[in-house]
Design a protein around this ligand. Structure first.
Ligand code: NAD
Length: 380
């Protein structure tokens, strides 16, 4: 079976789906590994390093014509989808829920789509395959470095002959995977860190990595299914925004990571909250998206400075800004998935299994993912 890594084509994307270190694990399992010319360049893995690891470098046309399985980091664009053949399997973080047309296009072409975003993350056998977690860890770490870069003062307490600098006060809003990594990183830089989440069960996790957990008195717990948060009601949202504003004004740096599955990111930092922050404060909005983010006025990929001197970084695509580490982690995730699926030299994708049900989006010309399959019903 030929497994091929394509060069990513999303704007600014520098990650690659396999790194040389992971190639021998696949070849030892009987797979042939093809790498599109230059696929690893953006992550500092030149073609020669893949060759040395036992892979073959292929040009784009050969790769699409001969591969049984195509590995990607993000979803293929329209041009790449047109190159996929019936019977081919594509594996990546395909984000199929964003728009049903993408899954429809793959189903029409007879492509089997496997998306790591749907992995049941709490299954213990899926831990090593959890790309959402590995990439969120990279993002949470980098968010702190981005904040420190934009902040005009020190993070640590510094006692020098030229005076004493007090440590930065950092607030992390949302203490899932990225938030916990952000807390730990800000602590390692010497900041004093507070954290808040609507899921009270995250308190002990946030405290264990060094944050003081903030509890709001005006809203209750909002834990949803599967370890995620639920969407807040309008009343809860307003109460949360108002009470958070007081805490936000007492911090120098705010890092927001809040997400609710299938919903636009909740707005946690309002315009009023921004107005109450002193000049020189910094906010890194990891929820920044074209639909809006956790912070009023944040723009994905842009840095905005408010009239009162608050810098808001719309931190989209952070894992891609650490392409070597992010690719290495992603490559281990996707390799673990492939190795778990190989049976008699092919991928076993037909079983009745919780893990497969979460990740298989299209198969045999149909959309089969439970969250999307209604889009493929024949018209009455
Ligand atoms: P996420 O990206 O969906 O959300 C980030 C955080 O934002 C969450 O902690 C969420 O509670 C919080 N949030 C949402 N709305 C908010 C609001 N209005 N105000 C404040 N905070 C808000 O989360 P994630 O990082 O993907 O993690 C989701 C869950 O999955 C967590 O419980 C995590 O522990 C769990 N998880 C488990 C495993 C495992 O069992 N191996 C692996 C990965 C993740």
């Amino acid at each position: 079976m030929k497994v091929a890594v394509v060069k990513e084509n999303a704007p600014g994307e520098r990650r690659v789906a396999l790194v040389p270190e992971t190639v021998p694990r696949l070849t030892q399992a009987g797979l042939e590994v093809l790498i599109e010319e230059g696929a690893g360049d953006g992550a500092w893995y030149p073609d020669s390093t893949y060759l040395a690891a036992g892979a073959t470098i292929a040009d784009t046309a050969d790769l699409y014509a001969t591969a049984d399985v195509i590995l990607t980091v993000t979803r293929p664009d329209d041009e790449a989808v047109k190159k996929l053949r019936s019977g081919q399997v594509v594996v990546g973080m395909l984000a199929p829920l964003i728009d049903p047309q993408f899954a429809e296009a793959l189903a029409e072409r007879g492509v089997t789509a496997v998306s790591l975003d749907g992995l049941p993350r709490t299954l213990s056998r899926a831990q090593g395959m959890d790309a959402l977690t590995s990439q969120a860890n990279v993002a949470g770490y980098k968010a702190v470095l981005v904040a420190a870069e934009a902040y005009g003062r020190f993070f640590p307490l510094l006692i020098t002959a030229a005076g004493t600098a007090r440590p930065a006060r950092v607030l992390v809003l949302g203490t899932g995977v990225a938030g916990l990594q952000a807390i730990g990183t800000a602590r390692r830089l010497g900041a004093v860190v507070s954290a808040y989440d609507v899921r009270p069960e995250t308190r002990s996790e946030a405290e264990s990595v060094g944050a003081t957990f903030i509890e709001l008195s005006t809203i209750g717990p909002a834990s949803g299914d599967g370890g995620y948060a639920r969407e807040l009601t309008e009343d809860e949202r307003l109460a949360q925004q108002q009470e958070l504003a007081g805490h936000i004004a007492r911090h120098d740096v705010v890092i927001t990571t809040a997400q609710v599955p299938g919903r636009r990111p909740p707005l946690l930092v309002t315009e009023d909250a921004l107005k109450a922050m002193p000049a020189g404060s910094v906010i890194v909005d990891m929820g920044a998206s074209p639909l809006g983010g956790n912070v009023a006025g944040s723009e994905p990929g842009q840095t905005v400075v408010t009239d009162n001197g608050v810098t808001i970084v719309g931190a989209a695509g952070l894992p891609s800004t650490m392409p070597t580490a992010a690719s290495a982690m992603y490559a281990r995730n996707i390799t673990a998935l492939l190795l778990s699926l190989i049976s008699d030299g092919t991928l076993a994708l037909n079983g009745d299994d919780e893990l497969l049900a979460g990740i298989i989006v299209t198969r045999d010309g149909a959309i089969v993912h439970p969250a999307l399959s209604h889009t493929n019903q024949p018209e009455a």
